[in-house]
Design a protein around this ligand. Structure first.
Ligand SMILES: [Zn+2]
Length: 368
């Protein structure tokens, strides 16, 4: 039996980026509520594990000492630092009370997951509040204050573990790619909507790593309106062959669900069935799996998709009818999508050709 852990604490959703910000704390609360309503943690093979806050030393595995102090200071309302120098301000990265504690708790959750997986206590751990893949060593970016993925990978590497990072968020995983751009010790693969139309504007096929890291950064961009079929075809062509060749001890995956057709911020058109198939493909890549959350801005879609993802991780098949206790609060519905997004044949075909070109270019360049 697979042993799975879900890393959680109600403190993860007490503070947020503020009214009107897309990264709503309810995303996390609703996901936890839905999983609990399904009894997802009732089996001895599936445990709910408490989050803990990352220490400044742990944050320092990736972030600069100065930046950690800046986040702490801004979070307490002090005015010692100019927030704009670190990319904080109104918009994507507002300063909010309790920011340091909340964001360090997300990194700590990912480290709890990394500890459980690397020690072999579980086969997979899901730090669903993590996957904050845009943050840099000394700046916030794209709703991300601390980069838990980069911190966790830096924590895993000295244990002699080979790490492959696979990022299926609709946005390019730029922060993680940049963190390991010049090393062959970490393979980073990001599948995302092309930077031509979406933040952060990077993640083109040509970005392949530098120096010793050449060939160890891989980007597979998709055009708007890419559907399940095209996405999964491209994923299967690129991800399993590269990860198998790299032979990782552990796969770290960022499972952002803003690829969904109802997501308000992006233009990809996956359904829950495409998302589940992608998560299942990642599951087969390595015996040890550190799974992280990420983007996803339709709260209902996020709760259903991450519930399905945890079902894949822990080998549980949840009934399609939403549990009564959850449906009473949030409305009746089904766990899985039962309709497909309306996409014209022309747009569907254009997205397919864009993916085919990307796959062909990567195969040539990486000798797949
Ligand atoms: Zn995203």
């Amino acid at each position: 039996m697979i042993k799975a852990a879900f890393i959680c604490s109600p403190d993860l959703w007490q503070q947020g980026h503020g009214a009107g910000h897309p990264l709503k704390p309810e995303r996390l609360q609703r996901t936890h509520e839905l999983l609990a309503a399904y009894g997802a943690f009732d089996s001895p093979e599936s445990t709910l594990v408490q989050s803990r806050q990352a220490t400044p030393e742990e944050l320092g595995l990736f972030h600069t000492e100065e930046y950690i102090e800046v986040v702490r200071s801004l979070s307490q309302g002090e005015r010692k630092f100019n927030p704009r120098r670190y990319n904080f301000g109104p918009g994507d990265n507002p300063v909010f009370p309790g920011m340091y504690e909340t964001e360090a708790l997300k990194v700590g959750s990912t480290l709890v997951a990394a500890e459980l997986v690397s020690s072999g206590q579980v086969d997979v751990a899901f730090s669903f509040s993590g996957g904050l893949h845009h943050a840099g060593p000394a700046f916030a970016s794209g709703f991300c204050v601390f980069n838990d993925a980069a911190v966790a990978i830096h924590w895993l590497l000295p244990k002699g573990l080979r790490v492959a990072y696979v990022d299926v968020d609709a946005h390019h995983g730029d922060g993680v790619q940049n963190a390991f751009y010049e090393t062959d010790q970490v393979l980073t693969i990001s599948l995302h909507e092309t930077g031509l139309y979406l933040f952060p504007g990077t993640g083109f096929v040509e970005e392949m790593g530098k120096g010793a890291g050449r060939g160890y950064a891989v980007n597979l961009p998709f055009a708007p309106y890419t559907d399940d079929e095209t996405y999964l075809w491209a994923l299967e062509e690129i991800v399993p062959p590269l990860v198998r060749r790299f032979r990782p001890d552990i796969v770290v995956s960022q499972l952002g669900v803003d690829t969904h057709y109802r997501d308000p911020l992006t233009h990809l058109c996956l359904t829950t069935s495409g998302y589940v198939a992608a998560v299942t493909a990642i599951k087969e890549l390595a015996p040890r799996w550190l799974a992280l959350g990420g983007g996803g801005y339709d709260v209902d879609v996020v709760a259903r998709s991450w519930t399905l993802a945890y079902g894949v991780m822990s080998g549980q098949e949840f009934p399609d009818d939403l549990p009564a206790v959850y449906a009473e609060k949030y409305g009746q519905g089904s766990l899985r999508d039962h309709e497909k997004p309306p996409i014209s044949a022309e747009l569907r075909e254009r997205a397919r050709r864009y993916a085919e070109d990307g796959v062909a270019a990567l195969k040539r360049a990486l000798d797949i």
